[in-house]
Design a protein around this ligand. Structure first.
Ligand SMILES: Nc1ncnc2c1ncn2[C@@H]1O[C@H](COP(=O)(O)OP(=O)(O)OP(=O)(O)O)[C@@H](O)[C@H]1O
Ligand SMILES: [Mg+2]
Length: 287
């Protein structure tokens, strides 16, 4: 009886978990990038993987989407092992890479129809219409993508990745390079995905993006997840704000810098961390 209950509990847990990563390690030749990455993502939630340039975010996404093999560790997506059940994992996911993968010469509608055909959808034009409406692209549907703004391209990219109803969607830096308005549009699209039950793992270097979008936030630093929690939980990692003139809650940026440490100030050992930290500035002032 007890064993049965344990098996049931484990099965329930697996059902609630869309992504499970345990002890992931990866080196590129002599460069260790991941040194033991562990996290779980609940179904239907938005999980943000936050880290500086070069922290290894894309490497994690590539391992989870079966494009790259981990040296050590295990991971499963939608209950399938990424190493031994790669085909099943690919059926369950979609990946929107760091750079938009839309075809410039085609119109928005043609891009969607093309992907629907490739995925053997039985009514490509209906699915294209539905997605154009969902992502507010109806007015631009018949225009070549080369005339689209960055935000429209990103939205189309995300729309394309939804064809086939993936259970889990990976968005690698979905808003890098977008202006604030376009970022808001993409955020809205991502929120709607999660509201429909899709699990979203997104990577970002923008602290405010994680703060606005994510149910849980994990900070990847020096090859490990050094913090993982809801925004409220992460805020508790810092002592309560000191009252001087005005009480101020710590921002996610304060938390990040406190956990990661401000290497630049205490001498010798922080040199190689500096570039990365300089990259962790809010979008408006970035690039
Ligand atoms: N194919 C590769 N060969 C060698 N080194 C690589 C390769 N891919 C990534 N790296 C290195 O691994 C580290 C992590 O790269 P990764 O792309 O995962 O970082 P990231 O967190 O996605 O960074 P960014 O925010 O710039 O996209 C970097 O130092 C990068 O130079
Ligand atoms: Mg990357």
């Amino acid at each position: 009886m007890k064993e049965q209950a344990e098996i049931l509990m484990a099965a329930n847990q697996a059902q609630r978990t869309a992504i499970h990563a345990q002890g992931l390690e990866k080196s590129y030749k002599d460069l260790p990038v991941l040194r033991g990455v562990d996290f779980d993502v609940a179904r239907g939630s938005i999980f943000a993987l936050l880290g500086s340039n070069g922290a290894g975010k894309t490497t994690v996404v590539k391992i989870l989407s079966t494009l790259l093999k981990a040296d050590v560790g295990t991971a499963s997506v939608d209950g399938f092992d990424v190493a031994t059940q790669a085909a099943e994992v690919r059926e369950s996911i979609s990946l929107t890479g760091q750079f938009a993968a839309v075809d410039e010469i085609l119109t928005g509608r043609e891009n969607l129809v093309l992907v629907a055909r490739l995925r053997h959808h039985n009514d490509p034009s209906r699915i294209a219409n539905d997605l154009l409406a969902q992502f507010q692209l109806i007015d631009a549907a018949e225009r070549k993508v080369s005339t689209y703004s960055g935000g429209m391209r990103r939205r189309l990219d995300i729309a394309m990745s939804l064809i086939g109803n993936p259970q889990v969607i990976f968005l690698d830096e979905p808003t890098t390079g977008l202006d604030p308005q376009a970022r808001l549009e993409v955020w809205q699209a991502v929120k709607e995905l999660a509201a429909h039950g899709t699990t979203v793992l997104l990577t970002t270097q923008y602290l405010d993006e994680a703060e606005h979008l994510a149910d849980r936030i994990a900070i990847l630093h020096e090859g490990r997840i050094i913090a993982n929690g809801t925004l409220a939980e992460l805020k508790q990692l810092l002592p309560p704000a000191k009252v001087e003139y005005v009480e101020r809650q710590p921002s996610l940026e304060d938390i990040f810098l406190a956990i990661v440490g401000d290497d630049g100030e205490d001498g010798e050992d922080g040199q190689d961390g500096q570039d990365g930290q300089l990259a962790m500035i809010p979008a408006a002032s970035h690039k």
